[in-house]
Design a binder for this molecule. Structure first.
Ligand code: NDP
Ligand SMILES: O=C(O)C1=N[C@H](C(=O)O)C[C@H](O)C1
Length: 253
């Protein structure tokens, strides 16, 4: 995603690349433009997150949960805006982002695409309308390099379905199944995770009733949609008051 984000920032009117950090020693000092397959930009990879936050109006983060928590703290300290795409945060890490959003404007979304954010509303509506006689299952597939499961998007879809039913997701979720599970408990929301190849991101929410099944889904075929959404969020969040925002706010959905 880092490379995609560089290309998207450079190609977007009104946006300018202030810098970027990476972890790998081999990347330090390399030109960010060359890394992204563009002409050299004269801006190189660093490893100083404090300097990056100081140099930026908005920081875009697609990394790993521990990095996101640190960046959110730095953004809060400096009062700088942050866009977070990273998934797989645990409850304590989630609380840290929420706390940082009291001092800085933060857009946080498990999926920056327009299609998925539209789907979230449709799923909430379907869950509310179809009612408890329809069993809800969320199925997702991603590329073999993905490290967290279920995907952030699958969990967001689960939250949307739970909101439609007016129940907290963590009281009804079944994140995986194995062995003698017994019959499906009524009212639960199940998750199934597939990993393989170069799948960009497939999500399906099934509402399985007796005699029919409704399926709502989204298939991403180009990771650029995420970068495009993130840069749009960055332009939107600059200058906003502190708070935790979502793509729904950015897209006006
Ligand atoms: N919200 C959305 O729309 C989307 C969210 N994502 C999420 O974004 C995250 C990243 O995904 P992806 O790009 O595929 O993952 P990658 O593993 O390819 O990239 C993660 C990057 O984070 C960097 N990183 C890790 N630790 C540090 C550190 N301490 N300082 C600086 N950089 C660091 C790594 O740098 P290095 O290479 O040097 O190790 C690497 O470049 C995941 O959580 C994924 O789920 C992905 C796509 C869309
Ligand atoms: O890691 C990915 O690739 C993606 N991660 C996000 C998620 O966990 O939902 C968004 C998208 O599905 C791609």
């Amino acid at each position: 995603m880092g490379r995609m984000l560089i290309a998207e920032v450079v190609g977007t009117t009104g946006a300018m690349l202030a810098g970027g950090t990476a972890q790998a020693a081999t990347l330090q000092g390399q030109d960010l433009g060359s890394l992204a397959g563009l002409a050299p930009l004269g801006v190189t990879v660093g490893n100083d997150a404090v300097a990056l936050v100081q140099a930026s109006d908005v920081v875009i983060d697609f990394t790993a949960p521990a990095v996101t928590v640190r960046l959110a703290a730095l953004a809060a300290e400096a009062g700088k805006a942050l866009v977070v795409g990273t998934t797989g945060l645990d409850p304590a890490q989630t609380a840290a982002i929420q706390a940082a959003a009291r001092q800085a404007p933060i857009v946080w979304s498990a999926n920056m695409s327009l299609g998925v954010n539209l789907l979230l509303g449709l799923v909430e509506q379907a869950a509310a309308r179809l009612g408890p006689d329809y069993d809800i299952e969320v199925l997702e597939m991603h590329h073999r390099m993905k490290v967290d499961a279920p995907s952030g998007t699958a969990l967001a879809l689960g939250h949307a379905a739970a909101a439609g039913r007016q129940v907290p997701l963590d009281e009804v979720w079944v994140k995986s199944r194995d062995g003698h599970t017994g019959a499906r408990a009524s009212g639960t929301i199940g998750f199934a995770t597939l990993r393989g190849g170069d799948v960009v991101g497939d999500h399906t929410v099934m509402f399985a009733g007796l005699g029919e099944r409704v399926e709502l889904g989204h298939k991403a075929s180009d990771r650029r949609i995420y970068a495009r959404g993130a840069v749009r969020a960055a332009l939107w969040v600059k200058g906003r008051p502190p708070g935790l925002y979502g793509m729904k706010d950015v897209l006006g959905l």
